[in-house]
Write a protein that binds this ligand. Structure first.
Ligand code: ADP
Ligand code: MG
Length: 330
């Protein structure tokens, strides 16, 4: 939080002019400027091969950048000891990467043990982390990875990355290996966890729906490691910077914007003059426009009531939804 009034607080992660050209001549990332604020969840999204994983691995120096500087918490980390750096950064890799011959407990204990904790402290910490990600230690601690579902394995991967309580968490397609229903559940669980933990998170995905659902901001990468747009979900879907982004967010971007835009009290209408027969159910003012529209369609009424707690604050019509969508881009 900035208390000096001298401008925005220093970002937790700052990339300036970062590029990576591999030995075989592939330009994976070019001239990348990217800031990630403290406690912010940023999604890197784009088609396969556009440099997302390479960018993530440059932040924890699993890959050394060819050009540019990377600062974490105000320190230039390009000259720092890479192993020490990685200890302060949680990392969830693309294929989860659990040790197949170790029980779940041992998999999660790896990191605390690495830090020199005793076995009993490491075990206690592992059980805490398992509970945190919704895996009952009594049931799962002694299982092997192959005895878990894909979604459960992903949770173990998240638990392990959080083991050292790092301020920064890098996640590479963390929900990639599960079916769409489990994926949404894992996304929700992670967002709930993140609202408690407030980590600075960089999450890679190739799924634009996941990106706009999870991200405070979304960075869209294009072929050749070019950053095409870096914006809030609402701005990204409503004002794509170029044809590439417009194409990538797709023709249903308008519908997706409903999912990321909250109801705005300024676009409600007063109750007077409304015949109660026109009024469907009521919905909480904290709902999204998508939830509001879903209720309108379900009730087959021209408007729904909006309340804050038990207090009625107005009625929302399809026109109001349209106005709120437009206003969200101002
Ligand atoms: P993404 O995660 O967006 O799918 P990557 O960052 O993994 O993409 O890869 C970006 C580009 O760099 C791709 O063209 C990929 O083939 C290439 N690449 C990745 N790693 C290496 C490597 N070690 N050597 C050479 N080329 C690589
Ligand atoms: Mg990748």
């Amino acid at each position: 939080m900035d208390v000096t009034g001298s401008g925005p607080a220093e970002p937790m992660i700052r990339l300036r002019g970062v590029g990576k050209t591999f030995a075989n001549g592939t330009h994976a990332v070019r001239d990348l400027d990217l800031d990630v604020g403290r406690g912010e969840l940023v999604c890197l999204v784009g088609p396969s091969g556009c440099g997302k994983s390479t960018t993530l691995k440059m932040i924890n120096r699993l890959i050394e950048p060819t050009t540019g500087t990377i600062e974490i918490d105000g320190r230039d980390v390009t000259g720092e000891d890479a192993v020490a750096l990685r200890r302060g950064i949680g990392y969830v890799i693309q294929q989860v990467g659990l040790f197949p011959h170790q029980r779940i407990e041992a998999n999660v204990m790896t990191v605390p043990l690495l830090y020199g904790e005793s076995r009993s402290v490491a075990r206690r910490r592992a059980h805490e982390l398992m509970e945190m990600v919704g895996l009952d230690p009594a049931t799962y601690a002694d299982r092997f990875p192959h005895q878990l579902s894909g979604g459960q394995r992903q949770r173990v991967g998240v638990a392990r990355a959080l083991a050292a309580d790092p301020p920064v968490l890098l996640m590479d397609e963390p929900f990639g290996a599960v079916d769409p229903i489990v994926r949404v559940r894992l996304q929700d669980e992670f967002l709930r966890l993140q609202s408690e933990l407030g980590k600075t998170v960089v999450l890679v995905t190739h799924d634009i729906d996941e990106a706009v659902r999870m991200g405070d901001r979304v960075a869209v990468f294009a072929e050749g490691g070019r950053l095409a747009q870096y914006d809030t979900p609402v701005a990204l879907l409503g004002r794509p910077a170029d044809d590439f982004v417009a194409d990538f967010v797709g023709s249903t971007a308008g519908l997706r914007r409903l999912t990321v835009t909250p109801i705005d009290e300024a676009h409600l209408e007063p109750l007077d003059g409304v015949s109660t027969g026109d009024l469907g159910s009521t919905i909480d003012v904290d709902s999204t426009l998508e939830e509001a529209l879903a209720v309108l369609l379900r009730d087959d009424k021209p408007m729904i009531g909006v309340r804050r707690g038990v207090v009625f604050v107005g009625v929302l019509t399809p026109n109001g939804i349209h106005r709120a969508l437009r206003a969200s881009l101002r």
